[in-house]
Design a protein around this ligand. Sequence first.
Ligand code: TEU
Ligand code: CA
Length: 559
Amino acid sequence: MQRHWWQEAVVYQVYPRSFQDSNGDGIGDLQGIIQHLDYIKNLGATVIWLNPIYASPNDDNGYDISDYRKIMTDFGTMEDFDQLLTLAHEKGLKIMMDLVVNHTSDEHHWFMESRKSKKNKYRDYYFWRDSKNGNPPNNWKSNFSGSAWQFDETTGQYYLHLFSKKQPDLNWDNSLVRQEVFDLMKFWLDKGVDGFRMDVINLISKKQGLPDDPNASKTAVEDAMSWVANGPKVHDYLQEMNQKVLSKYNVITVGETPSASTQDAIKYTGFDRHELEMVFQFEHMGLDWSQSGLGKWSTNKVSLIELKGVMSRWQTALNGKAWNSLYWNNHDQPRIVSRFGNDSSKYRVLSAKMLGLLLHFMQGTPYIYQGEEIGMTNVHFDNIADYKDLETLNAYHEIVEDKKQISAQQMMAYIHHSSRDNARTPMQWDATKNAGFTDGNPWIKVNPAYKQINVSEALNDPNSIYYFYKKMNELRSQYDVIVYGNYSLLDPKDNEAFAYERQLDQQHLFIVTNFTSHVIKRNYKVYNDQKSRLLLSNYDDDLKRDLRPYEAKVYYYEE
Ligand code: TEU
Ligand code: CA
């Protein structure tokens, strides 16, 4: 198998709005990112993924783009961006942009033209349909609650929006749309950016005739995507994109693909397919979802056995054929230490390291979301008005106020567990006011935990999660087996310990983690092997068979 730089990469995700404010307006910006390039570099990351920084009315924090060739004024100017790109490159850091082309903003000029008349030359850039007997054209639901169709007075037709009504879906069946997207990709690639994370890229090809979803009445809002995902022409369009654009550059690509199975992923990322390099799959992120129709809104705990099943299935199905992304967190997901770990003061550090180790020693390219490296936790705002995310606010409105399915109190518990805003509170730099994020009023409140959990603490403590992540990144650059080794799960039915092996030629790794807050006893064959040595652990010493709360270790041997 040919080796590629992006397989050896470590990606650090920056959510610009919440990373660092440089001018006191309460909103993170590009100059703020520039201030922390060395911080990211010192952690050992090699690529920065920036969430969207393009011109946007910010209905969905930049995922509604009104001009793909302009920088959002909140974030700065194109000069700021050019400076960021140059400085990053000087430090050996690559920059990956977010490409949001399943939809635009309704304030993009294509859509403003499109809505003017049925004859407009941009009409067919979007999906316009007549109503069906006074109802929307079909029963598809928006991911952000309600129908996926919005009626527009001007021409008396509806337009499709799988996300908010300010995010109309682009019609990829129109070759002019595809050409526009390829052109804007070239604009950024010719500037020197190093790749793209592609937003919901597996939704771009809609089923012929836009048929009703037969399961719509049973599915929760967030499941509505399974009917529209992985459509009939998606691979044709990605191959065309690869041929016309990506193949001309040496870049990293990762497609966000909700509802993609391992079989789908092999089609998107197979080494012989010339589509994408990897995808973000969602199966492990759905394990704690509601069983009673509320989708992501739940307080369920993940089952370790199910987690092992999903992670291992992805590891083995893609091995040798395609490439995994490895992630626990991003700007849409609650904080992993609160979700799969234990964020009590006693176990936060141990369990955050345990989760990091478990993930980073699997096969794939690891992604670290800002604040994960210091063990940032979920936030619990008491007041719904303190939440900013439209998904959260729309769901609250629909589930509590409109349909009265559950009480406000119950919904707040779900929001504390699952809201996207858990990931979007400002980065916690130090213990000063607003966690050092801004001198002004932050656009969203800071997590009060910042007094204990912040970068300045982490940098002063040799045992911090930060240095543990740094160590993992160093090891990755030293041992090929960490990047390329194959994977095999041990003891799939053990519901307390997660153990697996990796192997590449003579190199072997043995990984074991205790997922509980008590001591468990396990015997593994590696303990009797004279040649094995401990590579990394989250405790100071090794008691071998006694695995202490959230203990996590990696052994290395050659054979
Ligand atoms: O997310 C798509 C997606 O799968 C989410 O809507 C997901 O279902 C939800 O966040 C889970 O809570 C991408 C972006 O990552 C997200 O931030 C955008 O809001 C969305 O696309 C629309 O562009
Ligand atoms: Ca600012």
